[in-house]
Design a protein around this ligand. Structure first.
Ligand SMILES: [Zn+2]
Length: 334
């Protein structure tokens, strides 16, 4: 079993998350990161307007297939009923656990079979918003990744911060409209839930539950494949943080393959990191944050090809974790 509680973040995550530190430096990112983002203009990526947060209800009621300002459409996907307004645990949603016990923490699914989960975190902090407003950064939504996943019909799971959803409602609608994509929760504003978490600003303990609940509220109206999967910023959590989230009926998902894509300057190390560690049941951590992970879309085709060579098939998180810990939990598990 790979389920555990109160786990100390893996040392292996340090490299991948080092770039997170830069978010805290306010408007000053690490050397080269913004330059790389600004200079890089992937042909398949369209600019996304900094659309003000719209009413999610309005968004979900828009007609299918209507072109959006960012060039995306809201495809009509039969069978993807919305769960608008559902703040409480949806008992049928993947990852739902009985509220009250410590949430289970999962790194990966069963090592049998041949499925692996591609997960993409969508971070957005106030410092990143400042970068957008100042014009230093063009986009934190990597549409080239979404384009490729759609084009090649690849399943994936997106861990969304509430602020990212509010910044990119059209992209969120597009993700929710794809029956191969699952939506999960990555906090509202990417604050740290423990002390000493890569210098991320820390959220007060008495605000943790509301922060994560609010994020579910922000995501839920978009419908699609909603889940109760949750990922801590920096993967940083302790027993106190888990206890605060106990009322929410969630499953905490870390991951066992850290790609190291934040602030990468080349795609090759990302590919090596993923293909060097991936195994059946793996949960691969990537980012869809464009300017803060500017090489991920270039690494993706090589990752997909490498998985295929190994006989590994991408699947949604719920499919990869199927048969794993999905039941109500009380107290610690080991
Ligand atoms: Zn994150």
């Amino acid at each position: 079993m790979t389920v555990k509680n109160s786990r100390v973040p893996l040392v292996a995550t340090v490299a991948a998350l080092a770039g997170v530190v830069a978010l805290l430096a306010g408007p000053v990112p690490p050397p080269g990161s913004v330059r790389a983002a600004v200079l890089r203009t992937p042909a398949t990526t369209r600019p996304v307007a900094d659309t003000p947060p719209g009413s999610p209800q309005t968004a979900t009621s828009s007609p299918s297939g209507v072109p959006r300002p960012d060039g995306t459409a809201a495809p009509g996907i039969p069978g993807t009923a919305t769960t608008a307004g559902a703040n409480g645990p949806g008992p049928d949603e993947p990852g739902a656990t009985r509220p009250g016990g410590l949430p289970p923490v999962v790194d990966h699914g069963p090592r049998t079979g041949n499925r692996v989960a591609l997960t993409f975190d969508a971070d957005l902090t106030d410092a990143m918003r400042y970068q957008l407003r100042s014009g230093a950064v063009r986009s934190y939504a990597n549409l080239a990744i979404v384009d490729r996943l759609e084009r090649e019909r690849v399943p994936a799971t997106f861990f969304l911060t509430g602020k990212w959803v509010e910044q990119y409602p059209q992209v969120t609608r597009r993700l929710a409209g794809n029956p191969r994509f699952e939506l999960a929760n990555h906090t509202y504003g990417h604050l740290a839930f423990t002390a000493d978490c890569y210098h991320l600003p820390r959220i007060d303990r008495d605000r943790m539950t509301a922060d994560v609940a609010r994020t579910f509220d922000v995501i839920a109206p978009y419908g699609g494949r909603q889940t109760r999967y949750f990922r801590f910023p920096g993967l940083c959590h302790d027993r106190a943080a888990l206890a605060e989230l106990a009322p929410l009926g969630i499953t905490v998902v870390d991951g066992d393959v850290v790609s190291g894509d934040p602030f990468a300057r080349a795609w090759q190390p990302i590919v090596r990191a993923v293909l060097g560690r991936v195994r059946p049941g793996s949960v691969i951590i990537l980012h869809v944050t464009e300017a803060n992970a500017p090489m991920t879309d270039e690494a993706l085709p090589f990752i997909l090809a490498g998985l295929a060579e190994r006989g590994l098939v991408p699947a949604t998180l719920s499919e990869v974790l199927a048969g794993h810990i999905e039941m109500p939990v009380r107290g610690g598990i080991e």
